[in-house]
Design a protein around this ligand. Structure first.
Ligand code: AHG
Ligand code: MN
Ligand code: MN
Length: 337
């Protein structure tokens, strides 16, 4: 029927055959995740009108000030996903420890890792922010869940993606068979397929990095960033700089237009020698999406998805986006260019 798009659930069912992930349990989990995002989107949309902006006064495990919308999004996701009956535990960027599903609630063998609200510093300025999620399957029995169940390389993810609360609310995700984008139609309250089979351009024209940290970078990092500032790409086109400061927004733009996002290691904070971004809830899920869309993601040396996490909130330098641009940046970081 013309004009009525395909919902996420229909899309999962249509592709059930080529995605072992699209089982009933997986679909149920996804629907709970989507419902949580719709609630978060509703709060984000009216943030300026109710007392949900500003700081809670708390400091999270990352050592960062918690904003009310961060906290709200975190509580919504934990509350709803605990009841979904499909998870055995969760890990949130905002929580120091893993969040097991209470003993009196139904469990499943999925593990959910999430950044409830990415781009927090932009919340009060009405700039696009997002929610990032990564889904693993617990290998053995459901009884004892521990941190070690979460310390799995990105290649073991069964699904990953993000919601972006921007000019529209979108869901972009992969289950290992390409990347599809869905846009929330508020009039029917459904995410409808709007960007089928997203492919990130192999070569971009955008570089995205916070250049105020130049004085904290090592020589190779400066050389890598300088390449994009002062060279034309392999098609003779100059790069342009874009930096929103919300990883999801910078990443999503590069997914559609092409380009590279870089958050290199810097020596600003001896407690964060590998940079600011988190491996499990930011770099690994977005790297799965990027690779499934034909892009690439490294830590300046090796593939993000091959990194074996050593701790729940491990940080990692991130070079992610158009394949040829990431390869160029990584080669320079390795002194090969
Ligand atoms: P979060 O809001 O989840 O803490 O993430 C913020 C991250 C990411 O969204 C963005 O790319 C980066 O912080 C911006 O950091 P700088 O302000 O240091 O550039
Ligand atoms: Mn984040
Ligand atoms: Mn966050």
């Amino acid at each position: 029927m013309e004009g009525v798009g395909i919902t996420v659930t229909e899309h999962l069912l249509i592709h059930q055959k080529d995605s072992p992930m699209a089982t009933g349990l997986f679909t149920r989990m996804f629907n709970e995740l989507i419902f949580s995002a719709k609630i978060i989107a509703r709060e984000v949309r009216k943030a300026g009108l109710v007392d949900i902006l500003g700081l809670t006064g708390d400091i999270n495990v990352q050592g960062e000030q918690v904003r009310k919308l961060d906290d709200y999004a975190n509580r919504i996701l934990i509350h709803r996903m605990q009841k979904a009956g499909v998870l055995c535990a969760m890990s949130s960027e905002e929580n120091a420890d893993i969040i097991p599903v209470p003993y009196n609630m139904p469990k499943g063998n999925y593990l959910l890792i999430f950044d409830p609200l990415d781009g927090s510093s932009n919340i009060d300025a009405n700039v696009s922010i997002g929610t990032i999620f990564s889904i693993h399957k617990k290998k053995d029995g459901l009884e004892e869940v521990s941190v070690s169940d979460f310390l799995r390389s990105g290649t073991e993810q069964v699904a990953a993606g993000y919601f972006i609360y921007g000019s529209s609310t979108m869901l972009v995700y992969t289950t290992g068979n390409g990347v599809n984008g869905f846009t929330l139609d508020p009039s029917v309250g459904e995410f409808l397929l709007s960007h089928p089979d997203i492919k990130i351009p192999e070569l971009g024209r955008v570089y995205s990095v916070n250049e105020s940290y130049t004085m904290y970078w090592d020589e190779r990092t400066r050389a890598a960033v300088n390449y994009f500032k002062s060279s034309k790409n392999e098609r003779g086109k100059p790069y342009t700089s874009r930096y929103i400061g919300s990883l999801v927004a910078d990443f999503h733009r590069n997914m559609l237009y092409g380009g590279i996002f870089m958050y290199p290691a810097d020596n600003r904070d001896p407690k964060k020698p590998r940079g600011k971004l988190r491996l499990l809830c930011e770099a690994a899920p977005l790297s799965f999406v990027a690779e499934q869309a034909g892009g690439a993601a490294t830590d300046g040396e090796k593939r993000i998805l091959d990194i074996e996490p050593q701790s729940l909130h491990e940080r990692v330098p991130l070079f992610i986006g158009s394949k040829r641009d990431v390869e160029k940046a990584t080669a320079i970081m390795q002194g090969a260019e």
